[in-house]
Ligand binder design. Structure first.
Ligand SMILES: Cc1ncc(C[n+]2csc(CCOP(=O)(O)OP(=O)(O)O)c2C)c(N)n1
Ligand SMILES: [Mg+2]
Length: 804
């Protein structure tokens, strides 16, 4: 336990005047009372769970004072005081989130989709267009996994570097004024143990970006004390090697106590100045913070803190210390401070009640309507008794939630299944209307709903002529990226080996030399923060293509893609977007880590992103063109073995697009439909040729994108004709082949047209063994496809296709 020294310092010039100090005191108390009352709301059953910012108020006020318009915060669940101090969150909104109010005006961070303490400002207008971000305070949308705010924090800061140093971006004043914006991060002491914290810190030091990271150190991570988290018990001590000096760039590291008002004020001002003017990263280790109510509503800290520690926390509570500071400096009397306290408490109570009434009011209104409609329908029903009972039970619910209302209506409708009455029809109509509203409340915005949705980008075919040159696939991509770099200053690409050599397969070859290293750049080996760097930059209006060198290494970055990027539009209900494109290459080449095709994992983890699986580089370039015109985030997986294959160079490069969710029929046939994508297209086409010699006519369909999946019913149309279908890929059994089967069977009702059992063909369940033989025995081969199709046809007509 730290032993703090009380010291009364003289006010320095930089300290705000009396009014400002008392206003800060008021905000601290408003925040504290919000924490205290919030906990009670949970214990009274009005909210499910609560996590609060008590004990961390003072540092957050100091941070807010250094925070300027255009700046961004990426932090965690303790930061309510910061948001209050900026005026970006009202107490009423704070409680609306605690109750999970689904109205976006009542709860602008997430419209009831996020647990309390998850903060966000709205960067977008209702139609999905950008607001000006430079005339407002911005907060990225929080997520719960500890330290996951760090990777995007890096990107938010990196954007300032691009806006300052890339002359082509000077006109984008809604996003940046000369790169002056600082990205401010907050993180708990225990969360600094996460790998992504260290990865982000190192990357920020390398990149030299205006990133201020404040560590709220309360000595614990839930019940676990510091000694289990951090070497030497101090994160700033551990990071001392990052301290910059006269010879070498690095971090400015500042230590300050969480109860020391003046020192906090000065520390955050200093950090902001350094980051803003020098574009150097700063770390502020805020020590000796407390947690008056323990970690969350899930338990009490008396279970794991000693009496000595609990007494220490009472004494060094930052608000108590702040009060003593004000008294000792004679800025206000004890009575005046008591009055501020009482007023703060009254204000919080009032706003809390307003939030509750507003939240409950909507539901009570729905309940009233439901009760009346069910009652009406009951009058003429022979299920009257049961229906009256349902209504009675619903009416008696003390704090009804929407589920109570809707589940009662659904039960009523089941009871009314034999009835035919006007009243029943009314109830049904009402229920349908409610379900549409509930879809909007709970399920909208998984993908972009704006006019820039990738699904709305018009198709334009590639054009070729007699003289179209035949080139290596990678040159088609290179031509597209060249076009895009030339034509859109917001577009930039980065990743391991992307800069100097233009990526390991040379789709960017020569482009760094042509456009500079801000547009095409190398990064360290750090997939998680490559993704974060892209997310943060995209949150600030840029159009990044972040490269993950091989599909197998996407796992290092998939957590950020899944938790942060894929959920972004959903969890803010359209309040933020980050149209990042992640580019990678995969499927088959060589061995356990360079031939994986873990598509099922990706499909499950990345709902909220588009998943493109081009079969060649012409299709890939067209997909990039579609995506770069849209505001959906996407993953594009190029074929690792396709860069040296010959393709025709399209003549309308930069103009043609590939539509999302439109499969292409690569070969038409009448006996059986084979649905596949990516590198498997070539294998399946080869097999189809050989099968045709056995008089089996295969229709081959390339789905092109897995999300969205066949929006045009192309597979269904094919199966109507062939009455048989196999879904083939090189993922594990039950992976993406099963996904394709489910999508087609359920969405397109394929079973109506099938004369044979629908089948899947996948790779072995293990990772692919090394070398060409490893590939042959691990992944589906031409023979595997031929045999699978032939055996299916044998079942249909054993005479014509005898067993072999
Ligand atoms: C990846 C991940 N692991 C575990 C958790 C559960 N969890 C939530 S908060 C927390 C402790 C965080 O402690 P610290 O970073 O010190 O922040 P504090 O709550 O003390 O302010 C843990 C383990 C989580 N949210 N995410
Ligand atoms: Mg902690």
């Amino acid at each position: 336990m730290a032993t703090a020294e009380k010291s009364v310092k003289k006010t320095q010039d930089s300290t705000a005047d009396r009014e400002a100090v008392l206003n800060d005191f008021r905000i601290a108390l408003i925040s504290r009372h919000a924490s205290l009352m919030g906990r009670k709301e949970v214990f009274m059953g009005k909210a499910k769970f609560g996590i609060f910012g008590d004990g961390k108020e003072l540092a957050q006020i100091a941070m807010a004072r250094a925070f300027q318009k255009g700046d961004f915060r990426a932090g965690y669940y303790r930061d309510q005081t910061f948001m209050f101090a900026l005026g970006e969150l009202t107490v009423q909104q704070y409680f609306a989130q605690l109750y999970a109010h689904t109205n976006v005006d009542a709860e602008p961070a997430s419209a009831g989709r996020l647990m309390n303490g998850h903060f966000a400002t709205r960067s977008l207008n209702d139609d999905g267009s950008w607001k000006s971000l430079t005339d407002r305070y911005n907060s990225a949308a929080d997520i719960s996994p500890t330290a996951a705010q760090m990777p995007k924090l890096l990107g938010l800061a990196f954007a300032s570097k691009l806006y300052r140093e890339n002359k082509g971006l000077k006109g984008f004043k809604d996003f940046s004024i000369n790169g002056n914006e600082v990205a401010w991060g907050t993180i708990g002491n225990a969360s600094t143990s996460e790998g992504m914290f260290f990865e982000s810190i190192n990357a920020a030091g390398v990149l030299q970006v205006p990133m201020v990271t404040a560590i709220w150190d309360d000595g614990y991570g839930i019940s676990v004390p510091q000694e289990f988290h951090t070497t030497k018990g101090s994160i700033s001590e551990v990071l001392e090697g990052f301290q910059r000096n006269d010879e070498k760039k690095g971090f400015e590291i500042i230590r300050v106590k969480g109860w020391d008002y003046e020192a906090l004020f000065n520390a955050f001002q200093k950090a902001g100045n350094i980051a803003r003017s020098e574009h150097a990263p700063v770390l502020i280790h805020v020590q000796e913070m407390t947690q008056p109510q323990g970690h969350s509503t899930s338990g009490s800290h008396e279970r794991y803190k000693s009496k000595e520690r609990l007494d220490w926390e009472k004494e060094w509570d930052c608000i108590k210390q702040f009060r003593e500071y004000i008294l000792s400096r004679e800025l206000a009397s004890a009575d005046e401070l008591d009055k501020i306290d009482a007023e703060a408490k009254a204000q919080v109570k009032k706003e809390k009640e307003a939030a509750w009434n507003d939240f409950l009011g909507e539901i009570k209104e729905e309940l009233k309507e439901a009760v009346s409609l069910i009652r009406d329908a009951a009058q003429t029903s022979n299920r009257k008794v049961v229906l009256e009972q349902l209504v009675q039970d619903l009416s008696k619910t003390i704090n009804p939630i929407r589920k109570d209302v809707i589940s009662t209506v659904r039960k009523a409708l089941l009871n009314l299944r034999f009835d035919q009455s006007e009243a029943k029809n009314k109830l049904q109509t009402w229920y349908q209307q409610q379900q549409e509203k509930n879809f909007d409340r709970y399920s909208s915005h998984l993908y972009s709903q704006s006019e820039w949705s990738a699904l709305k980008v018009a198709e334009r075919l590639p054009e070729f002529s007699e003289d179209s040159s035949i080139v290596d696939g990678r040159e088609v991509l290179q031509a597209f990226f060249d076009y895009k770099l030339e034509n859109d200053p917001r577009f930039f690409a980065f990743g391991e080996d992307v800069g100097k050599i233009g990526d390991v397969n040379q789709a960017f070859a020569g482009l760094q030399a042509k456009y500079g290293d801000l547009r095409v750049s190398d990064t360290g080996i750090r997939e998680c923060t490559i993704v974060g760097q892209g997310i943060g930059a995209a949150l600030r209006g840029l159009k990044p293509v972040a490269e993950i060198q091989y599909l197998d290494y996407l796992l290092y970055g998939i957590q950020m893609l899944s938790d942060d990027l894929a959920s972004l539009q959903y969890r803010t209900k359209g309040g933020q977007k980050a149209p990042l494109i992640v580019r990678t290459r995969g499927h088959r080449l060589e061995g356990v880590w360079h031939a994986g095709s873990p598509m099922g994992m990706i499909l499950s983890a990345l709902r909220g992103m588009l998943i493109c699986v081009p079969r060649d580089m012409t299709q890939a370039a067209g997909m990039y063109n579609t995506l770069l015109q849209s505001d959906d985030p996407a993953l594009v997986i190029e074929c690792l073995n396709g860069y040296r294959l010959k393709e025709k160079m399209p003549e309308n490069m930069g103009e043609y697009t590939v539509p999302m969710g439109k499969p292409e029929v690569l070969r038409s046939g009448k006996d059986i439909t084979l649905v596949t994508y990516g590198s498997m297209c070539r294998i399946v086409l080869e097999a189809a040729e050989e099968l045709s010699e056995m008089d089996i006519d295969v229709e081959v369909i390339d789905v092109q994108t897995l999300i969205p999946f066949d929006r045009f019913g192309v597979i269904g149309e094919s199966v109507k004709k062939t009455n048989r279908v196999i879904f083939a890929d090189e993922d594990v059994p039950g992976g993406a082949s099963a996904y394709m089967l489910q999508q087609a069977i359920e969405e397109q009702q394929l079973f109506k047209f099938l004369d044979s059992e629908p089948q899947t063909l996948a790779a072995k369940a293990h990772r692919p063994a090394y070398s060409s033989d490893g590939d042959y025995f691990s992944k589906p081969s031409t023979e595997d496809v031929i045999e699978k199709v032939y055996l299916l046809m044998h079942e249909v007509n054993p005479k014509k296709f005898p067993k072999f």
